[in-house]
Design a binder for this molecule. Structure first.
Ligand SMILES: O=C(O)CCC(=O)C(=O)O
Ligand SMILES: [Fe+2]
Length: 323
């Protein structure tokens, strides 16, 4: 990805620079030399031929998904049925929205979570408390990233609220999200089957009270990846994340058995991870896992498409209680 020298955060009239507000205290730094880049450490699951979520899936596929959900909370999928061209077009359009003049992004900058479309970065005060599993008081340090939040939906035109400057990004997202609705159904069916439930059990539960949000993340080129973080260690509070990442820069890292493992981008793969809601719905069988994003000398983008329940409080699926 091209170097964007001179990137400006939406609310700053100066090019982004490594000032003390981005530098982590020593014990919070990412220690990149200790991170494992072994591709085999996080499962890669091939979904070839799995098209109809209403039919029973091959038992080996169900086993692979269930094993990944129980032991990692993260896996990558290939041959997932979402056209690769569309995924790449979306990542290109996403990159372009962070090349918009910063004044255009500034108009959409807001810490108000009720706004349907908004940009955020860590120097904008948030007027609500985000339920994240944080590992300590480094709140004063800004993360080296900016994000565009918006709703998504497989069939509604969620882009009708988008301003003109997001039109082209919105068009490709709308097309992509039609596909992601189907992918989410297939994944939830595999997970339901892995839990010994009816294929449509999780899907039906989500449909009672759905929440659909997308986070388009931009990590600007960083002169000192060792001293900064793009996203602090956290678990996703919602149920399911379908995550796209740009090729060429590795940034996503997952905590497993006390070690950070990089999920280096794989061509045409999507990263799937579970959040706290699926851990609860599965009565603790499936795992929500701590992860973070680190920076690179080059820019990196990712698109996190979250699906889950709107309510902050949820119970395990009834059939899984007391078994
Ligand atoms: O950029 C990434 O790969 C991670 C994004 C993420 O964890 C999030 O948006 O919650
Ligand atoms: Fe996350």
């Amino acid at each position: 990805m091209a170097h964007l020298n001179g990137f400006q955060m939406a609310n700053s009239d100066k090019p982004l620079a490594l000032n003390p507000s981005y530098i982590l205290p020593e014990h919070k730094r990412p220690q990149l030399g200790l991170v494992s880049h072994s591709a085999s450490k996080i499962p890669v699951i091939d979904l070839t031929g799995y098209i109809d979520e209403t039919a029973p899936a091959p038992s080996d596929l169900v086993r692979q998904v269930s094993h990944a959900c129980e032991h990692y909370g993260f896996f990558q999928i290939i041959n997932h049925g979402v056209p690769d061209k569309l995924c790449n077009r979306m990542l290109n359009e996403l990159t372009l929205i962070f090349q918009l003049p910063r004044q255009e992004r500034a108009r959409l900058l807001s810490g108000d979570p009720t706004k349907e479309v908004r940009f955020v970065n860590y120097s904008v005060p948030i007027d609500y408390s985000v339920p994240i599993d944080d590992d300590g008081p480094h709140d004063k340090v800004n993360m080296w990233s900016e994000c565009a939040y918006h709703r998504w939906h497989p069939t509604d035109d969620f882009t009708s609220q988008f301003p003109e400057c997001l039109r082209s990004y919105g068009e490709v997202m709308r097309e992509l999200c039609k596909e992601l609705g189907g992918l989410a159904d297939r994944l939830l069916s595999l997970m339901s089957q892995g839990l010994g439930l009816k294929n449509d059990r999780l899907k039906r539960r989500f449909e009672e009270d759905p929440s659909l949000n997308a986070h388009a993340n931009y990590y600007p080129p960083c002169p000192a990846p060792e001293l900064t973080l793009g996203l602090r260690p956290h678990k996703d509070p919602i149920a399911l994340n379908m995550l796209f990442q740009s090729l060429g820069a590795s940034g996503l890292q997952v905590m497993k058995d006390g070690e950070w493992i990089a999920i280096d981008p794989l061509p045409n793969a999507l990263v799937i991870n579970l959040g706290d809601q699926l851990q609860i719905l599965s009565n603790g069988r499936y795992k929500s896992t701590v992860h973070r994003a680190v920076n690179n000398k080059d820019a990196r983008v990712s698109q996190a498409v979250f699906y889950g329940l709107a309510s902050a409080v949820t119970d395990p699926i009834e059939e899984l209680v007391g078994v």
